[in-house]
Design a binder for this molecule. Structure first.
Ligand code: SAJ
Length: 422
């Protein structure tokens, strides 16, 4: 099986790096995205997302003619779908983008083509995709009705790369490949083997879907355990950071780190796909989500307590005189991504309730997102350290870790990441 032309549908954080890596292996890659600005940017050899070194790889792929972007699907030998799967009201998975992608590629499908769903999906989504394709193309046969003899092969191969390390992890990580039939898996493995150095491990589509959800739920449950410990330790006057460090010396214990909550578009979302399918059974997974979603409120209560202490120790001051500095807005350290960030939500809430000045320090952005933080000032670290009464540590960015303890003296600290109280 050889795939000379590969189409990647959805040129976002996963689709664009995957398209670029395939193009670097001298596959003709047609990238498809509904956003014309993204398409234009890519065709200029530039990128519209932030990911280390991606600009260089995309620039080379476009200028050498291996990668081209378009808004309209074109015929190809393999189609790789990497569109978003958010949730809607009540934490139900929203498959609208997968459905739209399947409707868009159906007209250009031909006998022998391979279709891979990479988007993180609830169990059963690959079968749904195959059904939508079959409805649109009654002249072709699909695995759900024709098994190994089908004209089109369908597989799920979830992406598992870590933002910030995407190009390395795309190549080095093992891949779980879940075909709707063994032949579908074999076809998908042949494609991934063109750029994956890790193992391609074969299973069925439903197990592959559940595997991705399991990985992110495992991390969510572990972080929820750490977050719950931080709340318990606060009650019991124990330093949770020291406690976790000590416990992790045990050869079979590995507790992750507490924080202000879990952000991003993966770990805070994917566990809900399991809960939505099996609400009665997924009790621990749901509780972990609730614990992590509740952590920003707990941090805000700590800020209120700090403000109360400050005012009782400075009787000449009123709430209007209190300056609060929020260190970090991104959803995790050393990135500029503010999507679903608990730090951003906390800073917004502080800014909307604090009658005094709210300062924000985020070394990875140049301006505050419009309308989101209109009552805040984006300032440099030094200015915040000199002017803040209350310091709220929200994201453990590298530049914050080197702040000397004497620079924090006399300030009221709420350190949700434990970088100054470790
Ligand atoms: N976090 C903590 N404590 C920790 C680790 C993380 O509070 O000890 C928080 C982070 O601050 C952040 C959130 O969790 O707010 C998620 O960050 P992350 O680094 O754990 O994960 P993501 O969302 O950037 O990427 C995850 C990865 N999944 C796993 O590690 C199992 C990645 O491999 C997946 O490809 C990605 O989700 C995805 O696309 O699903």
């Amino acid at each position: 099986m050889s795939y000379e032309t590969v189409s990647v549908i959805g040129l976002g954080y996963i689709g664009l790096p995957t398209a670029a890596v395939l193009a670097a292996r001298k596959k003709k890659v047609i990238g498809v995205d509904i956003n014309p600005q993204a398409v234009e940017t890519i065709n200029r050899g530039e990128i519209h997302i932030v990911e280390p070194d991606l600009d260089i790889v995309v620039h080379a792929a476009v200028s050498e003619g291996w990668l081209r972007a378009t808004t309209q699907p074109e015929p190809a030998d393999a189609f790789l779908i990497a569109v978003p799967t958010p949730f809607i009201d009540g934490h139900q998975p929203d498959l609208t983008y997968i459905k739209a992608a399947s409707k868009a590629i159906a007209p250009v499908l031909k006998k022998g083509d391979l279709v891979i769903l990479e988007s993180t999906s609830p169990v059963g989504a690959t079968e749904d995709l195959s059904e939508w394709l079959a409805e649109a193309r009654p002249d072709l046969t699909f695995p759900q009705s024709h098994g190994e003899a089908s004209d089109i092969r369908i597989a799920h191969c979830p992406e598992r790369v870590l933002p910030g390390h995407v190009l390395r992890e795309l190549v080095q990580n093992d891949r779980v490949v879940g075909g709707m039939t063994p032949r579908c898996s074999e076809a998908a493995v042949a494609l991934y083997k063109t750029f994956v150095e890790g193992d391609c491990i074969v299973t069925n589509a439903r197990t592959a879907e559940m595997c991705k959800l399991t990985e992110n739920s495992f991390r969510d449950v572990n972080i929820a355990f750490a977050n719950e410990l931080s709340i318990i330790c606060d009650r019991l006057a124990i330093n949770v950071w020291e406690l976790i460090r000590l416990a992790n010396h045990h050869p079979r214990v590995n507790i992750l780190k507490p924080g202000p909550g879990v952000g991003g578009h993966c770990i805070a979302v994917d566990p809900w796909f399991i809960v939505a399918k099996t609400p009665e059974e997924a009790r621990l997974i749901r509780t972990a989500r609730d614990v992590n979603d509740g952590k920003p409120r707990w941090v805000l209560d700590k800020v209120d307590t700090a403000v109360g202490k400050f005012l009782s120790e400075h009787p000449s001051k009123t709430a209007k005189d209190v300056t609060i500095a929020c260190f970090g807005l991104a959803f995790k350290p050393d990135i500029d991504d503010l999507r679903e960030s608990p730090a951003l939500a906390i800073a917004q809430e502080i800014a909307s309730t604090n009658p005094g000045l709210t300062l924000v320090i985020e070394p990875n952005i140049d301006e505050l997102p419009a309308a989101k933080l209109d009552r805040c000032e984006l300032v440099e670290t030094q200015y915040a350290l000199e002017n803040a009464d209350i310091i709220v540590m929200l994201v453990d960015h590298k530049p914050f870790k080197i702040i000397a303890p004497q620079q924090l003296q006399g300030r009221y600290l709420v350190d949700s990441r434990g970088i100054w109280t470790d």
